[in-house]
Ligand binder design. Sequence first.
Ligand code: PXP
Length: 239
Amino acid sequence: MHKLGVNIDHVATLRQARGTRYPDPVFAALIAEQAGASNITLHVREDRRHAQERDLELIKKSVSIKVNLEMAPTADLKAIALRHRPDSCTLVPEKRHELTTEGGMDLLSDAYPGLKTYIAELKKAGIVVSLFIDPDEKQVTAACKLGARAVEFNSGRYAESKNDKEAAREIERIRQATVYALSNDLTAHVGHGLHYHNVRPLVEMQLLEEFNIGHAIVARAVMVGFEQAVKDMLALLRP
Ligand code: PXP
C-alpha cells in the first residue's frame, strides 16, 4: 500500500482569507488521520500565507501519524523546525510571488550554499530530510551527496502535460529517476498537482513510497467532506 501524505495547507488558506479561526487545519489533520492517511504535510511559507507555526505546533501535539513540514531552507524556518521537531522536513524552493511551488530545488546550482550543514542540523535533531527535486538523475545524485534520506519528485510537469504523449514522457522520467533513487538507497516520494484523475499511472509504477497531495483533496472535501475526500484518494492508491 502506498502512503498518503495529506497536505492541509489549503484548509489554512480558507481560514487566512478571512482571518477567522475556522476552518482549523488541526481538525482536518485529525480527520485525515482517522480516514487512513499516513502523514500530514504542511508548508509554512516565508510569507505565512496559509499554514502558521501554531498549526505545526498543534498538529504535532494532536496526531499520532507522522508530520512532515515543507519549508524553504532558511534560518527562520530551521528554527521553527527545531522548536517543534516534525518527523520529517521536505525542503522546497520558494519564491514569494509564486502561486504554489513551481519547480524542484536545483541542487546543481549555487542557490543553496551551506545546504549540507543545514540538512545535518535537522538530521541531528532526529528529523528525516527529504528534498523536493525534479525527476532527474543528476539531482538525485546531488541529493544523495547532501545527506538526504528521501527525495520527493516534482510531478508538476506531469500534472500539466497537455496530451497523452507528454504525460507518458513525464511518467517515464519519474519512473527512471525513482529507480535511480532507490538504487542509491533513497526513499522516493512524489507530489505536486496530483488529483483523482491523474494519480493512477504513478501508483501503477509500484515504486513510489509516498504521495503528497493537497489541493485536490481539500477541493473535493468542500463537496463531499474531508474524511470522504481522503478515503477516495486512498482507494486510488491501492495497488
Ligand atoms: N509536495 C510539495 C513539495 C509541494 O510544494 C506541494 C504544494 O505545497 C505539494 C506536494 C502538494 O501539491 P498539491 O497541493 O498540488 O497537491
